[in-house]
Design a protein around this ligand. Structure first.
Ligand SMILES: [Zn+2]
Ligand SMILES: [Zn+2]
Length: 383
């Protein structure tokens, strides 16, 4: 008991998080068991989950925190209203925290610093106040946006009306119009597209700060804890490609490859086709490839270093065995580097070829290293 710093507990946030979670695992299943659930409530739940989640990812995150594209007022208004329905605080607070997360990732100034533990990054940072609270001195640009400031002022009221009262009212209306008990419809609206949806949306956002800094691959950089994971991308509207995002935070895409699941990217792109978003920022393909090559080289060097540590004799043989491949990797790195520096327009095909070549070289290096290690293990000891 004495280990919980009660004087630092943020009671309002903590009670909200715990109460909504408790309702979701008790009252919600009890309600469904007793009263059933109809297509309207399910539809409302999905509408709200999509509207809320995309408002956080497209609006709060990519638009307001990172300025990765520009958007007309209807897009800003929609994401600010439904963002408020996520009960993740005002966009201005959210963006300030998030910009500090990127600036100080994995260190003290990072509000959801994963090095303080998984639970801290997921939810702990919200339940305990930092002492002292950092100033919001990194969102001067957003303060000039009248819609952002309007939401900042009324965020809880907007969230309560649009995120709780409206689904309750819709549930009432639907049941009344179809000869069913309107009170049941209203309660269903409160519990399912209301409370349960808030809990799901919140934890999916929190996963970006916890799981996306814990599980997955690091193809673009291992100098920070952020990771790429397709599973996480599915749960987070495309934000799961978090390693890419931390490396290139101003790109409006998180899943940068055409096949990667990123509905937020698709929404922003589709909106640009009807003139509602514009100036979509993209990192040039050559630069992305360079990051991948740099990381591949680093990975191979780490493998060699690990071998050096466990079997110094083998490491020398391994270094010789892969030296040609490492040289090849370095040479193509410099080729791409020059092309990028000279702003040569690299065709998609050339880039793809380079990418394939890099992958093959890296796989080959891994294979040779494993082979040398296996041979070393099976060879009789020289004493
Ligand atoms: Zn992050
Ligand atoms: Zn970000």
């Amino acid at each position: 008991m004495y280990r919980i710093p009660f004087e630092r507990v943020n009671w309002t946030t903590s009670i909200f998080l715990i109460a909504t979670a408790l309702i979701s695992v008790t009252a919600v299943p009890y309600f469904i068991w007793k009263c059933g659930i109809d297509g309207f409530q399910i539809g409302l739940f999905f509408f709200y989950i999509i509207a809320t989640m995309s408002s956080i990812t497209v609006g709060y995150h990519r638009l307001f925190s990172h300025l990765s594209f520009k958007a007309a007022w209807p897009v800003r208004l929609f994401t600010l209203v439904f963002g408020a329905c996520a009960f993740e605080n005002a966009c201005l607070d959210w963006a300030s925290d998030h910009r500090r997360h990127h600036k100080h990732v994995d260190h003290d100034g990072d509000p959801y610093d994963i090095s303080k533990g998984f639970m801290w990054a997921h939810i702990g940072w919200l339940m305990f106040k930092l002492n002292p609270e950092p100033p919001m001195d990194n969102v001067a640009d957003l303060r000039k946006d009248k819609l952002v400031m309007w939401q900042y002022r009324w965020v809880h009221l907007i969230g309560f009306v649009a995120g709780i009262l409206v689904p309750m009212g819709l549930g009432w209306w639907w049941n009344a119009a179809h000869g069913m008990n309107p009170w049941i419809g209203m309660l269903g609206g409160f519990l399912i597209p209301g409370v349960a949806r808030i809990v799901v949306a919140q934890h999916c956002t929190f996963f970006i700060n916890s799981l996306c800094h814990t599980i997955g691959r690091q193809p673009y950089s291992s100098s920070h804890s952020a990771r790429d994971s397709a599973i996480m991308a599915f749960l987070t509207f495309g934000e799961g490609y978090h390693n890419y995002h931390h490396e290139f935070q101003h790109d409006y895409r998180n899943g940068v490859k055409p096949w990667q699941w990123d509905p937020s990217k698709w929404s922003i792109w589709l909106l640009s086709k009807v003139g509602l978003t514009w100036d979509l920022r993209r990192v040039p393909d050559g630069k992305i490839l360079l990051a991948e090559m740099r990381e591949a080289r680093k990975h191979a060097e780490k493998q060699l270093a690990a071998l050096e540590h466990s079997a110094p004799g083998l490491a020398q043989r391994a270094t010789v065995a892969v030296s040609d491949l490492m040289e090849k990797l370095t040479a193509s790195y410099h080729e791409v580097e020059q092309a990028v520096a000279g702003k040569v327009d690299l065709s998609r095909r050339t880039l793809r070829d380079w990418q394939r070549q890099t992958q093959e070289t890296v796989q080959e290096i891994s294979r040779v290293l494993q082979q040398v290690a296996a041979q070393g293990m099976s060879a009789p000891s020289a004493g």
